[in-house]
Design a protein around this ligand. Structure first.
Ligand code: G3P
Ligand code: CA
Length: 267
């Protein structure tokens, strides 16, 4: 990176640990946050949803089956949707054994617990609002928890927090409720539509499968909601050669399960 800076070339892409360092620890658990920290990775990405009793929890799928033992603990509760379980029920589940015996007993964290750990590690958070259409009003609730936990002060908002979603309306809601917060839209809007996204977001975060150098340049030449060039963070790149390729496209960031591999491939 030092060489790139000295020559005036672009910095290496920022590396985001996808669901934490999820190649090395069970996704979206505190262990995955710590695994990223152990690798020296500042940014972690997560997925936020809401329980039946209104508690915000960090889990990717809208059902609990893949990443917990919900089917064993609560038989007869098919389809084991996150929204149909209380926070107390979810707190009973083992979210680590599916990944490896050494992680037995890992829990689905609440957003508050997750923020505490990220804060303790002095890391930064790319927070995804998952399936926002399932959880009307979740944007306001996420912002409330962030405020309670001290994540909406100037320092966090300026340097340590981005909120993203595949739902454009959800991203817009965040921007309207808290115009100071940096936001990202997950997807690959047509180039002609980019200016309408730039009105409410700072980042366009596309799948690497949709990416080209031309698209990255078309995004970056526009200014985002806070007057800076729109940024491009692409996902989910776990392969060194692919990471080098998208870095060559000029992306600002790479979201990956293997942040060490991507860092090494792009420095
Ligand atoms: O942060 C981007 C990426 O996480 C979006 O896809 O399904 O892994 O949440 P997904
Ligand atoms: Ca995600």
């Amino acid at each position: 990176a030092a060489q790139a800076q000295a020559s005036g070339a672009q910095d290496s892409p920022v590396v985001y640990a996808h669901r934490g360092a999820s190649a090395y620890a069970p996704e979206n658990t505190l262990a995955a946050v710590d695994a990223a920290d152990d690798l020296g990775i500042a940014w972690v990405e997560n997925d936020v949803q809401r329980t039946k009793d209104g508690v915000l929890v960090v889990v990717h799928d809208t059902t609990l089956s893949r990443t917990t033992d919900a089917e064993e603990v609560f038989p007869g509760r098919a389809p084991w949707a996150v929204k149909d379980f209380t926070a107390a029920e979810i707190a009973e589940l083992d979210a680590g054994s599916w990944f490896g015996a050494g992680f037995a007993g890992a829990r689905v964290p609440t957003l508050s617990q997750y923020l505490d750990r990220v804060e303790r590690n002095r890391q930064k958070l790319l927070l995804e609002i998952k399936s926002p259409q399932t959880y009307p009003g979740i944007e306001r609730e996420i912002l409330r928890v962030l405020r309670q936990e001290g994540w909406l002060d100037r320092g966090h908002v300026k340097h340590r927090l981005v909120i993203q979603s595949f739902g454009a309306e959800s991203v817009k809601n965040v921007h309207v409720l808290r115009p100071d917060v940096v936001t990202g839209f997950l997807g690959t809007p047509a180039v002609a539509d980019l200016p309408s996204y730039a009105a409410f977001t700072d980042q366009i975060n596309p799948s690497h499968t949709t990416l080209s150098a031309g698209y990255v340049a078309a995004v970056q030449k526009l200014k985002g909601a806070h007057g800076k060039p729109l940024r491009v963070n692409t996902w989910t790149v776990n392969d060194a050669a692919k990471a080098a390729q998208v870095a060559g496209f000029g992306v600002d960031g790479i979201i990956t399960d293997k942040p060490d591999t991507v860092r090494d491939a792009t420095r």
